[in-house]
Design a binder for this molecule. Structure first.
Ligand SMILES: [Zn+2]
Length: 431
């Protein structure tokens, strides 16, 4: 495995929460990795917990927290309503009931409640898209049902800031938008600690996710500026281990800020120049600054720059991407492919796809192969069709291997999974 590949793999594991639990801020806080990261703060009057993980990680978070302190939980803060940050409440509730403790104050943004409602309305759909996005880690389904949620009992409205004291610490809870419109982050001045939630994770920001709704690059940059003003010593990220030391915290927040301003402002500039998506996208790939590309804080392991270009474009533009009227109400891909097969034989296209593959032009080879594969019914069960399926599967597997982004790799791999039964079936028929 190459060094770069190895680094990406290791960073992916850390994104998933596979790193040791560790205390920080002089021992008064604990950072637990469990897919989403959960920091816990101990005060004389009880615990403050920032995020509680997925329903499958709740048990681990609870066990680690109870090794650290036996004090009751007084506050829970939800960084946002994604399933890896606020669904791991089962063990916490059981303990409260058993000990007869009071329910903690549970703080979330008003948009988090709208999010839960949306999840309930679209639960089958979300299960479907998440089973693709997280295909490599959730063999038993994504486990994201929002039918049972532990809802906040202190709901922050709009840009409301909420400040509370517990023991000798002050907890400042702020709202900003970034990956989501329901983000909260927290600052504890006495401990010089920021809990960033998903506004900072150990990946290039998850902006422009191909399956998911609009995200907010400009707001994200502004959130980073607000965090930078705190001059913090510790930065607890929504995924991955915490960052320690003022200079490191500053560097991480600065590259996040710069990455968000950059992708937003350069896309906006090109929109003002009357450019269409394809041109913007390819120009943007050319100008991605080295400082951002090589930053250890912006590895494209989950979100990536390529997706972010889409997000910035989508903020201000609809779905007509090319400026070519042919594309406004296009014919079906299968009908176009049939016409192309009338001009040239399937053998010619297959030979050409093989040539492109041999030259390393994987993406172009896929486009040509799809002319054949789109006409599978017309071509029927032949060696040629089998060859086309197998070559596509081989190219997809190569692309998955080369792909740093976990989301992109899972999406591409979904194509290989769909081809598998087709290849098997065809082999049987041709035997
Ligand atoms: Zn997350």
């Amino acid at each position: 495995m190459s060094n770069r590949r190895q680094e990406i793999e290791e960073e992916r594991y850390r994104w998933l929460g596979e790193f040791p639990t560790k205390t920080f801020a002089g021992g008064s806080a604990l950072c637990i990795g469990a897919m989403g990261t959960s920091p816990v703060f101990e005060t004389d009057e009880g615990l403050v917990v920032f995020d509680i993980g997925t329903n499958r990680h709740g048990r681990r978070i609870f066990a680690e927290m109870r090794k650290f302190s036996d004090k009751p939980i007084k506050y829970i803060i939800y960084s946002h309503g994604h399933f890896d940050h606020c669904f791991g409440y089962k063990e916490i509730l059981e303990e409260i009931k058993e000990k007869g403790w009071e329910m903690p104050v549970i703080i979330g943004h008003q948009n988090l409640l709208h999010r839960f409602e949306k999840y309930r309305m679209l639960d089958k759909y979300h299960e479907w898209i998440n089973s693709m996005q997280f295909a490599s880690i959730t063999k038993r389904g994504a486990g994201v049902s929002a039918h049972e949620t532990l809802d906040p009992n202190k709901v922050l409205q709009g840009n409301e800031t909420f400040i509370f004291k517990l023991g000798k610490y002050t907890f400042e809870v702020y709202h900003d938008m970034g990956e989501t419109d329901d983000s909260l982050w927290m600052y504890i001045p006495e401990l010089k600690t920021i809990c960033a939630g998903e506004l900072v994770a150990n990946t290039y920001p998850n902006l422009g996710n191909p399956y998911k709704v609009q995200r907010y690059p400009k707001h994200w940059a502004i959130a980073m500026e607000k965090m930078l003003e705190k001059d913090a010593e510790y930065l607890v990220r929504g995924h991955g281990p915490f960052i320690e030391g003022k200079e490191n915290v500053k560097e991480c927040l600065s590259v996040f800020r710069d990455a968000m301003h950059f992708v937003h402002d350069e896309v906006v500039k090109r929109l003002n120049e009357g450019k269409w998506f394809e041109q913007i996208y390819h120009e943007m790939l050319e100008i991605y600054p080295d400082r951002l590309m090589s930053s250890e804080y912006l590895k494209p392991i989950y979100g990536c720059y390529r997706f972010a270009i889409h997000a910035a474009y989508r903020l201000y533009h609809g779905w007509y991407n090319t400026g070519n009227p042919t594309d406004l109400f296009p014919a079906k891909a299968t009908d176009i492919s049939k016409e192309l097969l009338n001009i040239n034989s399937a053998e010619t296209y297959l030979e050409h796809a093989k040539k492109l593959f041999a030259e390393g032009k994987l993406q172009l080879a896929l486009h040509i192969l799809d002319i054949i594969i789109n006409c599978e019914d017309e071509i029927g069960p032949t060696e040629l069709l089998l060859d086309a399926f197998q070559l596509k599967s081989q190219i997809i597997k190569q692309k998955v291997k080369d792909e740093p982004s976990f989301i992109a790799a899972n999406i591409i791999n979904a194509g290989a999974i769909q081809l598998k039964p087709k290849i098997k079936d065809l082999r049987k028929k041709l035997r």
